[in-house]
Design a protein around this ligand. Structure first.
Ligand code: NI
Ligand code: MN
Length: 228
């Protein structure tokens, strides 16, 4: 799969000929100032929870591309009230077969208030299954034993895990999460954007390597491959 990192927790992933975009927070992110937001392709925008650092560019990109929003019921409804009517509401434990593959909305431990103070439901993550492989996008979350279910239910080819600490798992907990989900190919996210979540890249990579796991920390704007 072709993947592009747009900074913070935002990735574009090409699956089944469709462009999936996760948690777009680009225009307010100084570290992503070189990214042309209005050139990013999106057929689907998957939103893990309601926080500003995950939804900031949803409206701008959805209006241009006509992308379908996939998130929990409350977040899809909130964007629906803004006139973005192409939404697919989900809730925890549910899955749906889209034209690119199957998506399951899975548990996360975090909060989910929307930028205007509205309730954003409960936060989640996504598992995407397709002909090109299966991956997990954790969203913002603590380490949780629920992740063991993902290891038992899915054969994950790779996973996006938050590693920045303070608001989410840090590197050590993400390493345990990789064990729980039985996945050795981890792409880090939710680090370095703000002072609270700056990490030491070399030390983080070394911790994963010491357990025969790979931690990928791609430069912002870089395209790379994972899965098949
Ligand atoms: Ni958050
Ligand atoms: Mn966040």
């Amino acid at each position: 799969m072709n993947i592009t990192y747009y900074g913070h927790a935002c990735f574009g992933v090409e699956v089944g000929g469709k462009h999936l975009l996760f948690d777009p927070f680009i225009s307010p992110n100084e570290k992503a100032a070189h990214i042309a937001v209005d050139s990013i392709p999106a057929d689907y925008i998957l939103i893990s929870h309601g926080h500003e650092d995950h939804v900031a560019d949803v409206e701008r990109i959805a209006r241009r591309t006509g992308a379908t929003l996939v998130s929990n019921f409350e977040i899809v409804s909130w964007f629906g009230a803004k006139g973005l009517s192409k939404g697919h509401p989900m809730n925890h434990g549910g899955s749906w077969k889209f034209d690119f593959g199957r998506v399951k909305y899975v548990n996360a431990i975090h909060s989910s208030t929307l930028p205007d103070g509205s309730g954003g439901g409960n936060p989640g993550g996504f598992v995407v299954q397709s002909d090109a492989g299966t991956f997990y996008y954790s969203g913002d979350t603590a380490l949780t034993y629920d992740m063991k279910l993902l290891g038992e239910q899915f054969q994950l080819d790779f996973a996006f895990l938050c590693i920045g600490d303070n608001f989410t798992m840090g590197v050590d907990d993400a390493l345990l999460a990789a064990d729980f989900i039985q996945c050795d190919h981890i792409i880090g996210m939710h680090y370095d954007t703000f002072g609270y979540i700056v990490i030491d890249h070399e030390a983080a990579r070394a911790k994963f390597a010491a357990q025969n796991k790979q931690l990928v920390l791609p430069p912002i704007g870089e395209a790379f491959q994972a899965g098949s």
